[in-house]
Design a protein around this ligand. Sequence first.
Ligand code: ATP
Ligand code: MG
Length: 412
Amino acid sequence: MLYNQILVRFGDLTLKGKNQKEFLRRLYELMALKMKGLNVTIENTHDRIYIHLNDVPADEVVKRLEYVSGISSYSFVVQCSNELKEIKTTALELMKEIANKDTTFKVETRRANKNYPLHSMEVTKQVAGYVLANHNLLHVDVHHPEVTLHLELKGNYCYLYNTEVRAMGGYPVGVAGKGLLMLSGGIDSPVAGYLAMKQGVEVECIHFESTPLTSIESAQKVIDLVKIMARYAPKNKINLHMVPFKELHMALLENVPESYNITIMRRMMYRIASKLAEKKDCLCIINGESVGQVASQTLRSMNTINSVTTIPVLRPLCTYDKLDIIAISKKMECYDISIKPFEDCCTVYVPKAPATAPRVEKCESFEKTFDYETMVNDAVEHTNSITIDVDSDIDLSMLGLEVREVIAELKK
Ligand code: ATP
Ligand code: MG
């Protein structure tokens, strides 16, 4: 292919002054990190970024661009000098590559270089005329062309391109501060994490594990999911906090009426997450809750559960359709892991008739029957934290889980 660069556009130019500078710095850093190991050159200008391919296959670069939040779109471009003669021959060469005899086309010129001796219309006319005369089976159609050949005159160069692909959008991850993502092994929470990162929020993850009440494979699922999510993270890594939840889980099963079990379990999760968020400088909790999917996610339940904390809780999926969530999960390559059928702590011992309108006073009176505060503090204190990067190969025993035999079993 003739293309020798990728032109990267970033979205929100409503950002001003210091914010915009910080946005660009982060975006550049993020892009450089994701391109590491590829022999490309990244050129930063005030309103866009050019990736010089240096013969690296464009596919490989594009795959990595998918992990960069803050990019609104990109185009494959050919850069040539701004001499009209060269623009004409490059345009012809490109059109020969991408168009056939029946293709209709038009040329559009943008002149950022205001000192350029010709007006945009004149450049368009001359280049289109040249292409038409020398690739004589092409047809011009200025209203509904199949190919629009864009010419951008900038500085001493002309950039030619014919496609614009939408990218992840949002803001460079990290510009909005850090949040604590409640990560289960399911479909929703990794997608919630993705959307938060897309919006600029760096995430740390918290998982409540109740092994051996729940299967060790569900803990492994969480690790595998974090590893994938780390592709989007600054520095390609994410901290995972594994909270030993078994004691609390047992206490709930023993002391709380079945219909209130999930509500109170989730109040405990929120209490622990809030304490950990404070410890780790996370400014919010993020989770995969969605309005109305299950009993614990009715608005009334959310009120009762949420009342144990004052930290903001972001629910990026709260208005999402399940099919849209699944589409994102597949795009992230999390789906196949998420649907593996191992139980996490919300899927075991599911009460037959969970309360859909649980009351705070009732929760408080059930919670008085056992010393949950000590257990919450213990869980926070004994949380195992580990950093997972995109290439890590984590052994569950590093997380302090009593799993040596299980791992041996899995490796057989
Ligand atoms: P998911 O697909 O993310 O599991 P879900 O639709 O199954 O979500 P629930 O199981 O009710 O819903 O959980 C709602 C949210 O609570 C999850 O999206 C996740 O953010 C959090 N959560 C549930 N279980 C755990 C857990 N064991 N550890 C950490 N977070 C959890
Ligand atoms: Mg779940």
